[in-house]
Design a protein around this ligand. Structure first.
Ligand SMILES: Cc1cc2nc3c(=O)[nH]c(=O)nc-3n(C[C@H](O)[C@H](O)[C@H](O)COP(=O)(O)OP(=O)(O)OC[C@H]3O[C@@H](n4cnc5c(N)ncnc54)[C@H](O)[C@@H]3O)c2cc1C
Length: 380
């Protein structure tokens, strides 16, 4: 078994680490406070090739593997999970979905723009009454011959306002249930398509999360991805890969919080010695380090499975379930190790604690990951 990263992977990891330190760290507290979308930083990430990491070179992508993508997600998330979720959605949900299941014409038209960051994408599945139960789609895309007409509302959409290209999941044949769902590409500016108000969030406040409203939105038939009725499968397949990105995000948040806590524990003194010399603190760090390393193995294994062409539904779900728990636990303990300083914004760990929570919720809650895992293991 070879656990070593390739030279190329190490180089990409270092590039992401440098970028996070030099470009994401300055202003991260202010962006979180003001709920400011990191537009300048997104442009720079596009220049580094981080927005279309796994996309083929012929569509302007970086042509890299999933492990490289996970490494970049981890490094960015150590500093700014609001920025990394933009990368995750664009790569895993939008670019990967289009490249894998889109028609040649759709790839020609949209993929290069998305992978080079000329525009960014959004993935629109959730609705006010369809979150974990994604089969309950109320948004309709009625077949009108050469076009669809969309009506309905999507909720909590990442990149909701900043995107230009939206992959929208909607019900076409109501009587067919989830087999009547389609995935349809909708461009910003299409008449009847409106971006709703921005959500005021607990964490990842720099990412813009919006509801979307579709009111008699006419979309040409050629914008449907895959065969008629493929939309639900498209969403599930795409989310299975997306979970690896979110697992890597969780890993990054955990590792970032741990690094800050370790550094602080060697500087802060109490009872005449650095707090790292108190066993209660040293043991917390030991637990954090061990759990992060275990999460890292699960995340890289899931990414490796995807690169090898193995099934990654199970490994991706396990990686997300575990890494998100580790992110939450580690961030809470990092605040504890910082004492009162952990409770104020300047020390970063309180933001990480708020950011960590979302990794247990989006792209399938932890409860949903347990359903995926238990179904998979009980099938044998
Ligand atoms: C910041 C943010 C960004 C998001 N970005 C996007 C995006 O870009 N695109 C998109 O489509 N969606 C997005 N979402 C939506 C997200 O994926 C959903 O919130 C999530 O899937 C959970 O759905 P829900 O909120 O409706 O919760 P519900 O499904 O109502 O679940 C509520 C609770 O019940 C539990 N539960 C539900 N069903 C079961 C069950 N069968 N067994 C056990 N427990 C169960 C859940 O685990 C949860 O704890 C985002 C959400 C947030 C908050």
């Amino acid at each position: 078994m070879d656990f070593t990263l390739s030279e190329e992977q190490i180089m990409i990891q270092q590039a992401a680490r440098d970028f996070a330190q030099n470009e994401l760290l300055p202003g991260v507290i202010e962006r979180d406070d003001a709920q400011k979308f990191p537009a300048e930083q997104v442009k720079k990430m596009a220049e580094l090739g981080f927005l279309g990491m796994m996309v083929d070179l012929k569509y302007g992508g970086s042509g890299l593997d999933t492990i490289s993508y996970a490494l970049v997600m981890e490094e960015l998330s150590k500093i700014d999970a609001s920025a990394s979720v933009i990368v995750s959605v664009n790569n895993s949900l939008v670019c990967w979905g289009l490249e894998t299941y889109g028609s040649d014409a759709q790839k020609e038209k949209y993929l290069s723009r998305l992978s080079t960051g000329q525009c960014i994408g959004a993935f629109c599945l959730s609705e006010p009454e369809a979150g974990s139960d994604a089969t309950s789609q109320k948004t309709t895309a009625l077949d009108q011959g050469d076009h669809y007409v969309l009506n309905g509302t999507k909720n909590w959409i990442t990149n909701g306002n900043s995107a230009d290209i939206y992959l929208v999941i909607a019900q076409t044949h109501i009587s067919k249930g989830h087999k009547g769902i389609n995935a349809i590409i909708v461009e910003k500016g299409t008449p009847g398509f409106e971006v709703g108000p921005k959500e005021n969030k607990l964490g990842i406040r720099g990412s813009d999360t919006h509801s979307l409203i579709f009111n008699d939105v006419k979309v040409p038939k050629e914008n449907r991805i895959g065969e008629d009725g493929f939309g639900f499968k498209f969403a599930m397949k795409t989310l299975a890969g997306g979970r690896i990105g979110i697992a890597a995000q969780a890993l990054g948040i955990a590792a970032g919080a741990y690094e800050l806590a370790k550094k602080y524990s060697k500087e802060r003194k109490a009872f005449g010695t650095e707090i790292s010399n108190h066993q209660a603190i040293a043991f917390k760090l030991a637990d954090m380090h061990t759990q992060i390393e275990a999460a890292r193995h699960l995340v890289y294994k899931a990414a490796w499975d995807k690169d090898q062409g193995n099934d990654y539904d199970l490994s991706g779900a396990m990686a997300k379930l575990y890494a998100s728990q580790v992110a939450m636990d580690t961030a809470v303990e990092a605040v504890q190790i910082h004492g009162g300083n952990g409770f104020v914004k300047d020390y970063h760990v309180e933001r990480m604690m708020r950011d960590a929570k979302i990794t247990q919720i989006y792209e399938g809650t932890s409860e949903i990951q347990k359903i995926v895992i238990s179904r998979s293991i009980l099938r044998d």
